[in-house]
Write a protein that binds this ligand. Structure first.
Ligand SMILES: NC(=O)c1ccc[n+]([C@@H]2O[C@H](COP(=O)([O-])OP(=O)(O)OC[C@H]3O[C@@H](n4cnc5c(N)ncnc54)[C@H](O)[C@@H]3O)[C@@H](O)[C@H]2O)c1
Length: 399
């Protein structure tokens, strides 16, 4: 049964169209092929039918490299094609809404990269469109599919951390430190919606929601360190109107508190996404720098043995079972997308629930917008969805 309450017909075969042929197109294209090989029999037959990019050479090259049947410069050719069942959107953020809404209306299932949209109005339209059309949706929050993150959630759900008190999450990078670097759509608020708090922070808020539950309010301080950059187009210096870094205080619907910090100007940090979650019975700690491990502290251990233990990820852990038979062999960035896409395809095959869906994408966009408003007003901002916010309550299992 689909998460939106609509029943979907199980699909034995899925024909895919992709819009955008840049970085994420490469990652997703590989993930489709790996998902079919690794989840053989559990996912439908797959055809990579058509890929679209405004840049025809890029579309042609991606087609040839990754085995798409056709390339086009016009994304509407994908939506008009009755053969295509699933539309995968890997374009800059401002295009997500128009393509996704039209795809849903054409009866296509939709996978869309994060952040779901540049603003809440667009994200809401997207969530409404997939619900009204009864099609499946998924948003590219890959980190919640990562085996060590799933293990953290299992520990929380089984009560091993007790009552959750704190979430401390971050995502740091340094790719924007170079002031000469043209940052194109990522630094234009009209196109991206936000800066680091949207690009990086949307991942962290999804982790926070997945592991601790909905956030009810936020207080954010953001800043733009380099106010002008050279854009790739149009010519001339470009006034940056998005944040380079953000520090947010969070209050969860459950009463837990937290912090969320993002920056794409933190020297020495490369894809440094991580979190620590503490409850009154224990703590889990994760960093992508050591993505094959989860640190776990159990306060019930005898005092003389207390300390963090390192759990090595292996085939016993959710998501990792489809890869290698031996623990500790390690998975990589692309494998996270393989898990995400394998679960999408598996859900299309059975007609079952698919996560994270557009309602999760909408909540993340709502957070990003609230953080920006909070910075402007120097005030706590209630999230509009707070009244219906979900409280995740661990079963009261205590050892
Ligand atoms: N899940 C993740 O971890 C993750 C990581 C990186 C990027 N992303 C997201 O993926 C999306 C794409 O990012 P990217 O890094 O691949 O960007 P990119 O700039 O590498 O690629 C975007 C492509 O879209 C094409 N494009 C632009 N307008 C188009 C149009 N009208 N029709 C067809 N193609 C068009 C561009 O020519 C370009 O090739 C963004 O929303 C980004 O936030 C997600």
């Amino acid at each position: 049964v689909a998460t939106d309450g609509n029943r979907r017909e199980p699909l034995e075969r899925v024909r895919v169209g992709m819009v955008g042929a840049g970085f994420m197109a490469k990652v997703h294209s590989l993930a489709y092929r790996d998902a079919v090989a690794l989840d053989f029999g559990r996912v439908p037959e797959l055809e990579l039918v058509r890929i679209a990019d405004l840049d025809p050479e890029r579309a042609q090259e991606t087609k040839a490299r990754f085995g798409w049947r056709e390339a086009t410069a016009d994304w509407r050719k994908i939506l008009e094609d009755p053969e295509i069942d699933l539309v995968d959107i890997v374009t800059p953020n401002h295009l997500h809404a128009e393509i996704a809404v039209e795809a849903a209306r054409a009866g296509k299932h939709v996978l869309c990269e994060k952040p779901l949209a540049s603003d809440v109005t667009a994200a809401q339209e997207m969530a409404d469109a997939v619900r009204d059309a009864g099609v499946a949706s998924q948003v590219g929050f890959v980190f919640r599919k990562w085996p060590a993150v799933c293990l953290a959630r299992e520990l929380i759900d089984s009560g091993r951390l007790g009552r959750i008190l704190d979430f401390r999450g971050h995502y740091f990078h340094d790719y924007a430190l170079d002031s000469e670097l043209p940052m194109d759509w990522r630094v234009d608020r009209n196109l991206a919606g936000a800066g680091s708090v949207g690009d990086l922070g949307s991942h962290v808020i999804d982790l926070a929601r997945y592991l601790v539950g909905d956030v009810s309010r936020v207080f954010a301080s953001t800043r733009t360190v380099i106010p002008e950059r050279a854009p790739s187009h149009p010519a001339g210096p470009f006034r940056v109107d998005v944040d380079d870094a953000a520090d947010c205080l969070l209050e969860f619907a459950s009463g837990a508190r937290g912090t969320l910090a993002t920056s794409w100007m933190t020297a020495g940090h490369k894809t440094d996404v991580g979190f620590e979650i503490s409850g009154d019975a224990g703590t889990v700690r994760f960093t992508w720098r050591r993505s094959g491990e989860l640190m776990f502290y159990d306060h019930a251990d005898p005092e003389e043995h207390q300390g963090f233990r390192t759990i090595y990820i292996g085939p016993k852990h959710h998501g990792a079972e489809r890869f290698w038979p031996v623990a500790g062999q390690g998975l990589g960035y692309g494998d996270a997308f393989t898990i995400l896409i394998a679960e999408l395809l598996g859900g299309l095959r059975t007609g079952g629930a698919i996560t994270p869906d557009f309602s999760d994408g909408l909540r993340a966009v709502e957070f990003v917008e609230a953080a920006q408003v909070s910075n402007e007003r120097e005030a706590w901002i209630e999230l509009e969805s707070a009244s219906t916010a979900g409280v995740r309550s661990p079963t009261a299992v205590r050892r």
